[in-house]
Design a protein around this ligand. Sequence first.
Ligand code: NAP
Length: 268
Amino acid sequence: MPLSPQPMIVSQGARSASVIVKVLILGGTTEASALARVVAESGIPALFSYAGRVASPRPQPVETRVGGFGGVDGLARFLADNRVTHLVDATHPFASQMSHNAVAAADRTGVRLMGLTRLPWTPVPGDQWQHVPDIEAAVDVVAGPAERIMLAIGRMHLDAFTRQPQHHYLLRLVDTPQAAIPLPHHTVTVDRGPFTVDGDRALLTTHGIDQVVCKNAGGTGADAKLTAARELGLPVLMIDRPEPPPRQEVHTVDDVLAWLGHDADLGV
Ligand code: NAP
């Protein structure tokens, strides 16, 4: 069933004629929520989509759906059924499958696509980072003697680290895990960002952490652990991002609004 609301005429000012705009935001990130807020405030018709990975996702000020679309075919059908004109892929930089599907479905339907992506974190003096291209490479790197590792990669790919069962892993998860954690030695802390440097310094110290393993998520919600690791002289194993699909991409909500034909100064 198509979701309401219906498309609306949105003026693009003096630059061009008015266009019909209805936006689908692929979410699951702080940036997606920020975009939903300003889009709602601007009166732009929009839908918001969550994958449904967390138990209680943040409520959004626009109509929200939860769950996969059913691949490229399902997403293309959804775009057409709901008369979506603009698709904003504001998913996490590691949500590679969804981003590739968005490109394919936009190509097929003619819906305009924009990626809203955080810039990656970059090291500053004092950081001790080692870069690896993916999770499997990170698992290879931690092949040494037992350590206490903060493994900040979410819950989806913990299985990979069963190859290194000697370590004690500190896992910070959004929800209390429903399934058994596959790692023999671990501690779970349930918390949701944004995190603070003081909090993360205390976390790393209390748990006697020797190194941090994390994905290069970028943004400010989860970078406190990097500052805390630097201050404590701890090494960080940084899993670099997968290659994004070929598409237009911006890094700020204002840039998305400008793309949608709105003046970013209009109260947003
Ligand atoms: P993924 O591997 O790229 O996507 C797997 C499948 O999940 C997609 O093919 C799609 O299913 C569904 N999906 C993903 N994002 C969706 C969305 N916003 N709305 C509807 N369906 C969606 O994604 P992932 O890495 O599992 O991430 C899932 C969600 O968690 C994303 O929304 C992402 O923004 C968020 N997240 C991911 C990470 C991370 O490290 N990967 C971290 C924080 C938040 P169908 O093919 O059936 O459409």
